[in-house]
Design a binder for this molecule. Structure first.
Ligand code: SF4
Length: 177
């Protein structure tokens, strides 16, 4: 779990094996495909897994998959940096952070409740739902300066917004201290 005062994340591509861009297959939606084509200036046949020259589209909320080659994402450069950084998919923007909601007492993860319930919990107004900001333990990038409470709160809300696709949540959303 990440709390105010913990070190901020700074990508250490030269020190690590770019675990995030190697270990995981990245799923993405149509709007993220469009962003990659537009900002990344790259053809979808180049960055999506294809079959017979056409992108594979699975019957899922995130139907497309980033192409992989030589055991890593096809967009990873030789210097272990992303070659389409400004247009990268949401999953890449989230990494290495994650927001989960749990029941106090049991610690059981709660999913599939409404955005309004999540927002209420983020504002500290739901005693039955506790939001937590988590980090990927294997990522070696948590070497930055200690996060101020305002930076931590902004990261918390931005991670929630991207992960839960809730555009209406405010960056000023109060969080439980
Ligand atoms: S798109 Fe960029 S950040 Fe995302 S997995 Fe590929 S190389 Fe890594």
């Amino acid at each position: 779990m990440i709390v105010p005062g913990d070190p901020a994340f700074l990508c250490q591509a030269e020190l690590c094996s770019a675990h995030c861009c190697k270990a995981f297959s990245v799923a993405l939606r149509g709007d993220e495909v469009t962003r990659l084509e537009r900002l990344g200036r790259v053809n979808r046949q180049r960055f999506l897994e294809c079959e017979g020259g056409e992108p594979i589209a699975l019957p899922l909320a995130d139907p497309f998959l980033l192409a992989r080659e030589d055991g890593h994402c096809a967009m990873l450069g030789a210097d272990l940096r992303c070659t389409v950084y400004d247009a990268r998919p949401n999953a890449c923007r989230l990494y290495p952070h994650q927001v989960v909601f749990v029941e106090p007492g049991t610690g059981r993860r709660v999913t599939n409740v409404s955005h309004s319930s999540y927002r209420k919990a983020l504002a500290g107004g739901d005693e039955a739902l506790v939001p937590l900001l988590l980090r990927h333990l294997e990522c070696p990038g948590f070497t930055g300066p200690p996060m101020q409470e305002s930076e931590w709160a902004a990261l918390f809300v931005e991670t929630y917004r991207l992960q839960y696709r809730d555009q209406d949540v405010s960056l000023q959303q109060p969080l439980p201290a």
